[in-house]
Design a protein around this ligand. Structure first.
Ligand SMILES: Cc1cc2nc3c(=O)[nH]c(=O)nc-3n(C[C@H](O)[C@H](O)[C@H](O)COP(=O)(O)OP(=O)(O)OC[C@H]3O[C@@H](n4cnc5c(N)ncnc54)[C@H](O)[C@@H]3O)c2cc1C
Ligand code: FES
Length: 335
Protein backbone atom coordinates (compact mmCIF):
# COMPACT_ATOMS: atom_id res chain seq x y z
CA UNK A 1 0.00 0.00 0.00
CA UNK A 2 1.08 3.57 -0.73
CA UNK A 3 -0.08 6.90 0.66
CA UNK A 4 -1.33 9.62 -1.68
CA UNK A 5 -1.35 13.16 -0.23
CA UNK A 6 -3.11 16.03 -2.01
CA UNK A 7 -1.19 19.28 -1.55
CA UNK A 8 -4.31 21.38 -2.38
CA UNK A 9 -6.46 20.01 0.46
CA UNK A 10 -4.06 18.29 2.84
CA UNK A 11 -6.16 15.11 2.57
CA UNK A 12 -4.52 11.73 2.08
CA UNK A 13 -5.59 8.18 1.27
CA UNK A 14 -4.09 4.72 1.00
CA UNK A 15 -3.92 2.93 -2.30
CA UNK A 16 -2.76 -0.48 -3.49
CA UNK A 17 -0.38 -0.76 -6.41
CA UNK A 18 -3.12 -2.50 -8.46
CA UNK A 19 -5.68 0.34 -8.41
CA UNK A 20 -5.83 3.45 -10.52
CA UNK A 21 -5.12 6.48 -8.33
CA UNK A 22 -8.50 8.02 -9.26
CA UNK A 23 -10.35 4.87 -8.11
CA UNK A 24 -8.55 5.09 -4.77
CA UNK A 25 -9.50 8.76 -4.36
CA UNK A 26 -13.15 8.17 -5.26
CA UNK A 27 -13.46 5.12 -3.03
CA UNK A 28 -12.21 7.28 -0.13
CA UNK A 29 -14.97 9.81 -0.86
CA UNK A 30 -12.67 12.45 -2.33
CA UNK A 31 -14.21 14.61 -5.06
CA UNK A 32 -11.51 14.51 -7.66
CA UNK A 33 -12.63 15.76 -11.09
CA UNK A 34 -13.01 13.13 -13.81
CA UNK A 35 -15.03 12.32 -16.91
CA UNK A 36 -14.62 9.32 -19.21
CA UNK A 37 -12.34 7.16 -16.99
CA UNK A 38 -10.87 5.81 -20.24
CA UNK A 39 -7.81 8.03 -20.68
CA UNK A 40 -9.34 10.21 -23.39
CA UNK A 41 -11.00 13.31 -21.95
CA UNK A 42 -8.11 14.56 -19.79
CA UNK A 43 -10.37 15.79 -16.98
CA UNK A 44 -8.54 13.75 -14.32
CA UNK A 45 -5.15 15.37 -15.04
CA UNK A 46 -3.08 16.13 -11.96
CA UNK A 47 0.48 17.19 -11.22
CA UNK A 48 2.74 14.75 -9.44
CA UNK A 49 4.87 16.88 -7.12
CA UNK A 50 6.74 13.90 -5.75
CA UNK A 51 6.70 10.14 -6.25
CA UNK A 52 6.42 7.68 -9.12
CA UNK A 53 3.53 6.34 -11.14
CA UNK A 54 3.16 3.92 -14.04
CA UNK A 55 0.61 3.30 -16.77
CA UNK A 56 -0.50 -0.22 -17.57
CA UNK A 57 0.17 0.21 -21.29
CA UNK A 58 1.53 3.15 -23.25
CA UNK A 59 1.03 6.80 -22.26
CA UNK A 60 -2.67 7.60 -22.71
CA UNK A 61 -3.82 9.78 -25.61
CA UNK A 62 -4.89 12.73 -23.45
CA UNK A 63 -1.31 13.30 -22.21
CA UNK A 64 0.61 15.76 -24.40
CA UNK A 65 4.37 16.43 -24.53
CA UNK A 66 3.80 19.60 -22.46
CA UNK A 67 1.92 17.55 -19.87
CA UNK A 68 4.84 15.14 -19.62
CA UNK A 69 7.25 18.03 -19.09
CA UNK A 70 4.98 19.46 -16.38
CA UNK A 71 4.77 16.05 -14.61
CA UNK A 72 1.05 15.96 -15.40
CA UNK A 73 -0.57 12.50 -15.27
CA UNK A 74 -3.99 10.96 -15.82
CA UNK A 75 -5.19 9.72 -12.46
CA UNK A 76 -7.80 7.41 -14.02
CA UNK A 77 -5.05 5.48 -15.82
CA UNK A 78 -2.00 5.53 -13.57
CA UNK A 79 -1.04 3.40 -10.61
CA UNK A 80 1.23 4.44 -7.74
CA UNK A 81 4.73 2.95 -7.60
CA UNK A 82 5.63 4.86 -4.43
CA UNK A 83 3.98 7.28 -2.02
CA UNK A 84 2.64 10.23 -4.01
CA UNK A 85 2.39 13.96 -3.37
CA UNK A 86 -0.06 15.37 -5.89
CA UNK A 87 -1.94 18.61 -6.64
CA UNK A 88 -5.66 18.29 -7.46
CA UNK A 89 -8.52 20.78 -6.99
CA UNK A 90 -11.46 18.89 -5.50
CA UNK A 91 -15.00 19.82 -6.56
CA UNK A 92 -16.99 21.12 -3.58
CA UNK A 93 -20.41 20.64 -5.19
CA UNK A 94 -19.86 16.87 -5.32
CA UNK A 95 -18.96 16.61 -1.64
CA UNK A 96 -22.27 15.14 -0.51
CA UNK A 97 -22.94 12.98 -3.53
CA UNK A 98 -22.28 9.31 -3.05
CA UNK A 99 -21.51 6.95 -5.95
CA UNK A 100 -23.74 3.89 -5.51
CA UNK A 101 -24.37 0.63 -7.29
CA UNK A 102 -28.12 0.01 -7.49
CA UNK A 103 -30.47 -2.45 -9.16
CA UNK A 104 -32.99 -0.90 -11.53
CA UNK A 105 -35.88 -2.05 -13.67
CA UNK A 106 -36.43 -1.02 -17.28
CA UNK A 107 -39.71 0.80 -16.81
CA UNK A 108 -40.25 2.07 -20.36
CA UNK A 109 -38.46 2.03 -23.70
CA UNK A 110 -39.54 4.73 -26.16
CA UNK A 111 -38.29 5.09 -29.69
CA UNK A 112 -37.60 8.83 -30.12
CA UNK A 113 -36.60 8.64 -33.80
CA UNK A 114 -34.81 6.29 -36.22
CA UNK A 115 -31.69 5.88 -34.07
CA UNK A 116 -32.38 7.24 -30.57
CA UNK A 117 -34.15 5.44 -27.77
CA UNK A 118 -35.31 6.86 -24.46
CA UNK A 119 -34.99 4.40 -21.56
CA UNK A 120 -36.69 5.05 -18.25
CA UNK A 121 -35.09 3.10 -15.40
CA UNK A 122 -36.88 2.72 -12.09
CA UNK A 123 -34.90 2.24 -8.91
CA UNK A 124 -37.01 -0.08 -6.76
CA UNK A 125 -38.32 0.36 -3.24
CA UNK A 126 -37.39 3.39 -1.24
CA UNK A 127 -34.00 3.73 -2.91
CA UNK A 128 -33.09 6.64 -5.14
CA UNK A 129 -30.04 8.06 -6.81
CA UNK A 130 -28.83 11.44 -5.67
CA UNK A 131 -27.13 13.28 -8.53
CA UNK A 132 -26.52 16.67 -10.04
CA UNK A 133 -28.25 17.41 -13.35
CA UNK A 134 -25.73 16.71 -16.13
CA UNK A 135 -23.92 13.75 -14.51
CA UNK A 136 -23.79 10.26 -16.02
CA UNK A 137 -23.99 6.67 -14.80
CA UNK A 138 -22.61 3.29 -15.84
CA UNK A 139 -25.27 0.91 -17.12
CA UNK A 140 -24.44 -2.71 -16.32
CA UNK A 141 -25.62 -6.01 -17.78
CA UNK A 142 -23.92 -9.31 -16.96
CA UNK A 143 -23.19 -10.09 -20.65
CA UNK A 144 -21.40 -6.79 -21.38
CA UNK A 145 -18.80 -4.44 -20.03
CA UNK A 146 -20.52 -1.41 -18.42
CA UNK A 147 -21.28 1.53 -20.72
CA UNK A 148 -21.58 5.18 -19.67
CA UNK A 149 -24.85 7.07 -20.32
CA UNK A 150 -25.75 10.59 -19.28
CA UNK A 151 -28.80 11.08 -17.11
CA UNK A 152 -31.30 13.02 -19.21
CA UNK A 153 -33.73 14.16 -16.51
CA UNK A 154 -33.32 16.62 -13.65
CA UNK A 155 -33.14 14.99 -10.21
CA UNK A 156 -36.71 15.86 -9.28
CA UNK A 157 -38.02 12.31 -9.14
CA UNK A 158 -34.75 10.57 -8.53
CA UNK A 159 -36.04 7.02 -8.46
CA UNK A 160 -36.72 7.35 -12.20
CA UNK A 161 -33.69 7.88 -14.39
CA UNK A 162 -33.99 8.77 -18.07
CA UNK A 163 -31.34 7.91 -20.67
CA UNK A 164 -31.08 8.80 -24.37
CA UNK A 165 -29.19 6.12 -26.26
CA UNK A 166 -28.13 6.42 -29.88
CA UNK A 167 -27.71 3.26 -31.93
CA UNK A 168 -24.11 2.73 -33.02
CA UNK A 169 -23.65 0.62 -36.13
CA UNK A 170 -21.83 -2.54 -34.99
CA UNK A 171 -22.02 -1.26 -31.41
CA UNK A 172 -22.33 -4.26 -29.08
CA UNK A 173 -24.37 -2.78 -26.29
CA UNK A 174 -26.51 -0.35 -28.28
CA UNK A 175 -27.55 -3.17 -30.64
CA UNK A 176 -28.55 -5.19 -27.58
CA UNK A 177 -30.55 -2.22 -26.27
CA UNK A 178 -32.31 -1.62 -29.59
CA UNK A 179 -32.98 -5.25 -30.53
CA UNK A 180 -33.18 -7.34 -27.36
CA UNK A 181 -33.70 -5.29 -24.21
CA UNK A 182 -37.27 -5.54 -22.93
CA UNK A 183 -39.29 -3.57 -20.45
CA UNK A 184 -39.23 -5.03 -16.89
CA UNK A 185 -35.64 -6.32 -17.33
CA UNK A 186 -33.54 -5.86 -14.20
CA UNK A 187 -30.19 -4.14 -14.75
CA UNK A 188 -27.71 -2.40 -12.47
CA UNK A 189 -26.50 1.16 -12.51
CA UNK A 190 -23.47 2.68 -10.86
CA UNK A 191 -23.35 6.40 -10.34
CA UNK A 192 -23.66 9.28 -10.44
CA UNK A 193 -20.36 10.07 -12.11
CA UNK A 194 -18.51 12.93 -13.75
CA UNK A 195 -18.18 16.65 -13.22
CA UNK A 196 -20.53 17.94 -15.91
CA UNK A 197 -23.13 19.86 -13.92
CA UNK A 198 -24.41 23.41 -13.55
CA UNK A 199 -22.23 25.84 -11.59
CA UNK A 200 -25.10 27.38 -9.62
CA UNK A 201 -23.02 29.96 -7.78
CA UNK A 202 -22.59 31.85 -11.07
CA UNK A 203 -25.08 34.22 -12.72
CA UNK A 204 -23.31 34.38 -16.06
CA UNK A 205 -25.34 33.78 -19.22
CA UNK A 206 -24.96 30.22 -20.47
CA UNK A 207 -24.32 28.77 -23.90
CA UNK A 208 -25.15 25.07 -24.19
CA UNK A 209 -23.61 23.23 -27.15
CA UNK A 210 -25.11 19.76 -27.67
CA UNK A 211 -24.18 17.20 -30.30
CA UNK A 212 -26.70 14.40 -30.95
CA UNK A 213 -27.57 12.61 -27.69
CA UNK A 214 -25.32 15.13 -25.93
CA UNK A 215 -28.67 16.90 -25.65
CA UNK A 216 -29.59 14.43 -22.84
CA UNK A 217 -27.55 15.88 -19.93
CA UNK A 218 -28.16 19.40 -21.21
CA UNK A 219 -31.90 18.68 -21.10
CA UNK A 220 -31.43 17.62 -17.46
CA UNK A 221 -29.60 20.88 -16.66
CA UNK A 222 -32.25 22.97 -18.46
CA UNK A 223 -35.05 21.20 -16.59
CA UNK A 224 -33.19 22.00 -13.39
CA UNK A 225 -32.78 25.69 -14.37
CA UNK A 226 -36.51 25.86 -15.09
CA UNK A 227 -37.36 24.11 -11.80
CA UNK A 228 -35.35 26.63 -9.77
CA UNK A 229 -36.85 29.59 -11.70
CA UNK A 230 -33.41 30.66 -12.84
CA UNK A 231 -33.24 34.05 -14.55
CA UNK A 232 -29.97 33.32 -16.31
CA UNK A 233 -29.95 33.86 -20.08
CA UNK A 234 -29.62 30.56 -21.88
CA UNK A 235 -28.63 29.91 -25.50
CA UNK A 236 -29.05 26.28 -26.53
CA UNK A 237 -27.35 25.18 -29.75
CA UNK A 238 -28.19 21.60 -30.75
CA UNK A 239 -26.19 20.15 -33.61
CA UNK A 240 -27.38 17.09 -35.52
CA UNK A 241 -27.10 15.80 -39.07
CA UNK A 242 -30.61 16.30 -40.41
CA UNK A 243 -33.97 17.53 -39.12
CA UNK A 244 -35.09 13.98 -38.27
CA UNK A 245 -32.22 13.79 -35.75
CA UNK A 246 -33.76 16.58 -33.62
CA UNK A 247 -35.43 13.90 -31.55
CA UNK A 248 -37.10 16.16 -28.95
CA UNK A 249 -39.48 19.10 -29.37
CA UNK A 250 -38.75 20.34 -25.81
CA UNK A 251 -36.16 22.97 -26.83
CA UNK A 252 -38.66 24.71 -29.16
CA UNK A 253 -41.36 24.48 -26.47
CA UNK A 254 -39.05 25.98 -23.84
CA UNK A 255 -37.96 28.77 -26.20
CA UNK A 256 -41.64 29.58 -26.85
CA UNK A 257 -42.50 29.60 -23.16
CA UNK A 258 -39.47 31.11 -21.38
CA UNK A 259 -38.10 34.46 -22.69
CA UNK A 260 -34.63 33.71 -21.21
CA UNK A 261 -34.23 30.55 -23.32
CA UNK A 262 -33.10 30.86 -26.92
CA UNK A 263 -32.87 27.73 -29.11
CA UNK A 264 -30.81 27.34 -32.29
CA UNK A 265 -30.89 23.95 -34.04
CA UNK A 266 -27.95 23.44 -36.41
CA UNK A 267 -27.90 20.81 -39.16
CA UNK A 268 -24.65 19.59 -40.69
CA UNK A 269 -26.26 17.60 -43.52
CA UNK A 270 -29.54 19.45 -44.02
CA UNK A 271 -31.71 18.71 -47.00
CA UNK A 272 -32.78 21.58 -49.28
CA UNK A 273 -35.94 22.51 -47.38
CA UNK A 274 -34.20 23.45 -44.11
CA UNK A 275 -34.26 27.22 -43.52
CA UNK A 276 -32.31 27.27 -40.23
CA UNK A 277 -28.60 27.13 -39.43
CA UNK A 278 -26.31 24.91 -41.52
CA UNK A 279 -22.86 23.54 -40.63
CA UNK A 280 -21.16 22.39 -37.46
CA UNK A 281 -22.78 23.48 -34.23
CA UNK A 282 -19.75 25.32 -32.80
CA UNK A 283 -19.47 27.37 -36.00
CA UNK A 284 -22.94 28.79 -35.41
CA UNK A 285 -22.00 29.73 -31.86
CA UNK A 286 -18.90 31.64 -32.89
CA UNK A 287 -20.80 33.35 -35.72
CA UNK A 288 -23.39 34.60 -33.23
CA UNK A 289 -21.04 35.76 -30.44
CA UNK A 290 -18.10 38.13 -30.92
CA UNK A 291 -16.93 38.09 -27.33
CA UNK A 292 -17.54 35.18 -24.94
CA UNK A 293 -15.62 36.62 -22.01
CA UNK A 294 -18.80 37.08 -19.94
CA UNK A 295 -20.26 33.64 -20.72
CA UNK A 296 -20.17 30.08 -19.45
CA UNK A 297 -20.20 27.32 -22.05
CA UNK A 298 -21.39 23.75 -21.41
CA UNK A 299 -20.63 21.37 -24.28
CA UNK A 300 -21.63 17.72 -24.54
CA UNK A 301 -21.50 15.17 -27.35
CA UNK A 302 -18.93 13.43 -29.55
CA UNK A 303 -15.29 14.14 -28.58
CA UNK A 304 -14.48 15.87 -31.86
CA UNK A 305 -17.38 18.30 -31.38
CA UNK A 306 -16.39 19.05 -27.78
CA UNK A 307 -12.77 19.70 -28.81
CA UNK A 308 -13.79 21.97 -31.69
CA UNK A 309 -16.21 23.86 -29.41
CA UNK A 310 -13.52 24.38 -26.75
CA UNK A 311 -10.98 25.64 -29.27
CA UNK A 312 -13.29 28.09 -31.01
CA UNK A 313 -14.90 29.40 -27.81
CA UNK A 314 -11.50 30.08 -26.21
CA UNK A 315 -10.50 31.96 -29.38
CA UNK A 316 -13.59 34.12 -28.85
CA UNK A 317 -12.45 35.18 -25.40
CA UNK A 318 -14.08 32.50 -23.21
CA UNK A 319 -12.21 32.00 -19.95
CA UNK A 320 -11.07 28.35 -19.93
CA UNK A 321 -12.38 27.96 -16.36
CA UNK A 322 -15.86 28.72 -17.71
CA UNK A 323 -15.86 25.86 -20.22
CA UNK A 324 -17.47 22.65 -18.94
CA UNK A 325 -17.79 19.54 -21.03
CA UNK A 326 -18.60 15.87 -21.26
CA UNK A 327 -17.26 13.98 -24.26
CA UNK A 328 -18.94 10.70 -25.21
CA UNK A 329 -15.75 8.69 -25.56
CA UNK A 330 -16.17 5.08 -26.60
CA UNK A 331 -14.70 2.71 -24.11
CA UNK A 332 -14.21 -0.38 -26.22
CA UNK A 333 -12.93 -1.17 -29.66
CA UNK A 334 -15.07 -3.49 -31.78
CA UNK A 335 -13.62 -6.97 -32.10
C1 LIG B 1 -19.30 10.06 -19.96
C2 LIG B 1 -20.01 9.40 -21.13
C3 LIG B 1 -21.37 9.61 -21.31
C4 LIG B 1 -22.02 9.01 -22.39
N1 LIG B 1 -23.34 9.25 -22.56
C5 LIG B 1 -23.99 8.74 -23.63
C6 LIG B 1 -25.38 9.04 -23.84
O1 LIG B 1 -26.04 9.73 -23.04
N2 LIG B 1 -25.98 8.51 -24.94
C7 LIG B 1 -25.29 7.73 -25.85
O2 LIG B 1 -25.91 7.30 -26.84
N3 LIG B 1 -23.97 7.43 -25.65
C8 LIG B 1 -23.32 7.90 -24.56
N4 LIG B 1 -22.00 7.58 -24.35
C9 LIG B 1 -21.36 6.57 -25.24
C10 LIG B 1 -21.67 5.16 -24.69
O3 LIG B 1 -21.01 4.96 -23.44
C11 LIG B 1 -21.21 4.00 -25.61
O4 LIG B 1 -19.86 4.18 -25.91
C12 LIG B 1 -22.02 3.94 -26.89
O5 LIG B 1 -23.40 3.76 -26.57
C13 LIG B 1 -21.55 2.80 -27.80
O6 LIG B 1 -21.65 1.56 -27.13
P1 LIG B 1 -21.67 0.19 -27.95
O7 LIG B 1 -21.42 -0.90 -26.99
O8 LIG B 1 -22.91 0.10 -28.78
O9 LIG B 1 -20.45 0.36 -28.95
P2 LIG B 1 -19.09 -0.48 -28.89
O10 LIG B 1 -19.35 -1.91 -29.15
O11 LIG B 1 -18.40 -0.09 -27.62
O12 LIG B 1 -18.31 0.17 -30.12
C14 LIG B 1 -18.37 -0.40 -31.43
C15 LIG B 1 -17.52 0.40 -32.39
O13 LIG B 1 -18.16 1.64 -32.70
C16 LIG B 1 -17.33 2.74 -32.32
N5 LIG B 1 -18.25 3.68 -31.70
C17 LIG B 1 -18.82 3.53 -30.47
N6 LIG B 1 -19.68 4.53 -30.25
C18 LIG B 1 -19.69 5.31 -31.35
C19 LIG B 1 -20.37 6.48 -31.72
N7 LIG B 1 -21.26 7.07 -30.86
N8 LIG B 1 -20.14 7.01 -32.95
C20 LIG B 1 -19.26 6.44 -33.76
N9 LIG B 1 -18.57 5.31 -33.48
C21 LIG B 1 -18.76 4.76 -32.29
C22 LIG B 1 -16.30 2.20 -31.35
O14 LIG B 1 -15.08 2.92 -31.42
C23 LIG B 1 -16.14 0.78 -31.84
O15 LIG B 1 -15.22 0.71 -32.90
C24 LIG B 1 -21.32 8.16 -23.29
C25 LIG B 1 -19.95 7.94 -23.08
C26 LIG B 1 -19.31 8.55 -22.01
C27 LIG B 1 -17.85 8.29 -21.80
S1 FES C 1 -8.99 10.82 -19.04
FE1 FES C 1 -9.28 10.29 -16.96
S2 FES C 1 -11.34 10.69 -16.63
FE2 FES C 1 -11.13 11.06 -18.77
Amino acid sequence: MFTVLNQKTGKSFQISEDSAVLDGALSHGLNFPYGCQNGFCGKCKAIILNGEIEYEDEIPPAITDEDLEANMVLLCQCRAKSDLYIAVDEIDALANIEVRSLPCRVEKINRLNHDVIQILLKIPGSQSMQYLAGQYLDLEHSDFEPRAYSIANAPVNSNIVELHVRLVEDGEFTNFIFNTLKEKTILRIEGPKGDFFLREESDRPIIFIAGGTGFGPIKAILEHLIAINSERDVHLYWGVRDEVDLYSSLPSEWAGKYPAINFVPVLSEANGAWKGEHGYVHESVIRDFDDLSDYEVYACGPPVMVEAAAKSCLEKGLNKDNFYSDAFEYAFESS
